[in-house]
Design a protein around this ligand. Structure first.
Ligand SMILES: C[S@@+](CC[C@H](N)C(=O)[O-])C[C@H]1O[C@@H](n2cnc3c(N)ncnc32)[C@H](O)[C@@H]1O
Length: 225
């Protein structure tokens, strides 16, 4: 190598060493942001991902309204509120409460509900953790969740909490990505075991084909006795 290349290499190393801490801190912050769905991740998720899933949310809203046409449904991990608002609109006798760990997502969801002209009695979103749901026992007629289960640090605790806040006879419908989308925990056998070991004592696992014939999602159905 010529002397010039050595100088460039040494200068590059010097710059990398000098800026290593700020770069590391920025990468760490960005990663925490993505994991916590803070802004800008919440806004990006809403604009890019969730906006593509309109057909899926319509289908889920129809399925929830068919099994729980009136009363109050809790949406766990409600994100930017696209499903909750759709559900409140399509099922006029059903009120929707959404809960999400990310304050930014909750803000987006409440903004969406206000823009849709839905009053707080029909649909509202608040900050909360599925592992410690801020509601009394037996408060809800149904529970729905989409694409959130794989984020829960302790899914068993999440199911126990969902069981606690459901009324006897109420159904929880938990939709998530299929196991072949890098989520081995969502295989039929593992979801089946999760349900069996939960206070529900068992559940049903179904493949959900959307869009078209693509088996992109899985549904875990649980009923409280
Ligand atoms: C991929 S987003 C899905 C959002 C929405 N359900 C949808 O289908 O667009 C996952 C959501 O789950 C929320 N979440 C993750 N862990 C959670 C927890 N422990 N309790 C409540 N919400 C949680 C995240 O904040 C995020 O909004």
């Amino acid at each position: 190598m010529t002397r010039r290349y050595w100088l460039v290499l040494i200068a590059a190393l010097g710059i990398a060493l000098h800026y290593r801490n700020p770069v590391r801190a920025t990468v760490k912050r960005a990663y925490a942001n993505v994991r916590a769905f803070d802004m800008p991740t919440a806004g990006m998720y809403d604009a890019i991902w969730a906006s593509l899933l309109g057909g899926f949310y319509s289908r889920v809203a129809d399925e929830v309204a068919a099994t729980c046409p009136s009363g109050t449904v809790l949406e766990v991990g409600s994100g930017p509120g696209r499903l909750g608002v759709r559900l409140a609109r399509s099922a006029p006798r059903l009120n929707v409460t959404g809960v999400d760990l990310s304050p930014e997502m909750v803000e987006l969801a409440n903004h969406r509900a206000a823009e849709a002209g839905l009053p707080g009695e029909r649909v509202r979103f608040k900050v909360g953790d599925v592992g410690a749901l801020p509601y009394a026992d037996g408060r809800f007629d149904g529970v729905v969740s989409t694409l959130s289960l794989h984020h829960w640090p302790d899914p068993a605790l999440g199911l126990a909490e969902i069981h606690r806040i459901l009324k006897p006879g109420g159904e929880a419908r938990i939709y998530d990505l299929g196991h072949w989308l890098w989520l081995p925990a969502n295989s039929d056998s593992r979801l089946d075991r999760l349900a069996t070991e939960s206070p529900f004592g068992g559940g049903e696992v179904e493949v959900v084909r959307w869009p078209g014939p693509v088996p992109a999602f899985v549904l875990l159905r649980l009923r409280r006795n």
